[in-house]
Design a protein around this ligand. Structure first.
Ligand code: SF4
Ligand code: SF4
Length: 267
């Protein structure tokens, strides 16, 4: 079984040193990443195909790469500069907006870097998020590959009331993953409770993201994805942001900052 420490170290070095990980002002977008690995034989991928989880739209790892053995997932936590910039006001900070789009471009670079590193290790790999068959449906809000669910499978964290994944480095950031035919050492999940890191589910406390949400999309019943979508993509201010900065849509992220799970597991 191949040692993955070298791979994780290479990923960290790339994120810390690559000039693509910068806002126009030169500040870092992301801090050092964390990484998790899961075997493609893990039964959790069958669970993801159930309608009560993601549904039949989800494509398990071997449907992307028949000879797949391991899935590698990583989390890029937003830097303190980016997180703090979005504390105040109803609209996203300019730094947050840039971090979403420039940051996701950089995330694609991280994905491509990962493929190259896996090639150097002798592996064949697929990145579903960059694959021509990747598909996301914004009416039903499901996709055939969910980075957050993969991160959960790979032991990187568990879900919060706001539906983000709460990792050891918090909820604010971006995820990525690769499927490879290399058999790498996996990182077991520390619980079967998919909401273990959110105190709202464990002791009925917190709920800070409910008050942080400017659109009312988050309630004790969970997140109304349609309301969040309307707020970030359709309402007037979203259109203004889009026209002003030339991005495809606006963003928000208020539920991910100035909350107890922003950059750690609460409690
Ligand atoms: S703000 Fe509190 S309730 Fe909301 S996801 Fe984070 S930990 Fe859970
Ligand atoms: S991104 Fe904004 S609108 Fe959407 S749930 Fe979070 S706080 Fe609410």
């Amino acid at each position: 079984m191949a040692d993955n420490k070298q791979l994780q170290q290479a990923l960290k070095q790339f994120v810390v040193n690559d000039p693509g990980n910068e806002l126009p002002g030169g500040e870092k977008i992301f801090d050092s990443p964390i990484t998790g690995l899961v075997s493609v034989e893990d039964k959790i991928f069958d669970d993801f195909c159930k309608e009560s989880v993601i549904g039949s739209m989800f494509r398990p790892p071997r449907s992307w790469l028949p000879e797949a053995a391991t899935v590698i997932s990583y989390f890029l936590p937003f830097s303190e500069h980016v997180r703090r910039s979005n504390y105040h006001g109803q609209l996203p900070s300019l730094e947050w907006l840039h971090s979403r789009f420039i940051g996701e471009n950089f995330n694609h670079s991280v994905r491509r870097f990962l493929i190259k590193e896996l090639q150097v290790m002798g592996g064949k790999s697929v990145i579903p998020a960059l694959h021509q068959d990747y598909y996301a449906d914004y009416e039903s809000f499901i996709s055939n590959w969910s980075e957050r669910h993969i991160a959960y499978a790979a032991g990187l964290g568990s879900f919060g009331l706001s539906r983000g994944l709460i990792t050891s480095k918090g909820i604010a950031g971006r995820f990525g993953s690769a499927i490879t035919d290399l058999r790498l050492k996996v990182t077991p999940r520390d619980s079967d409770n998919p909401f273990k890191n959110c105190p709202f589910f464990t002791d009925s406390s917190c709920g800070a993201c409910i008050d942080r949400c400017p659109s009312g999309a988050i309630t004790a019943q969970g997140k109304d994805k349609s309301a969040c979508y309307r707020y970030t993509r359709i309402e007037d201010h979203a259109r203004e942001m889009r026209l002003k900065y030339g991005y495809d849509h606006s963003v928000c992220g208020k539920c991910q900052v100035n909350v107890p799970c922003e950059d750690c597991i609460p409690g």
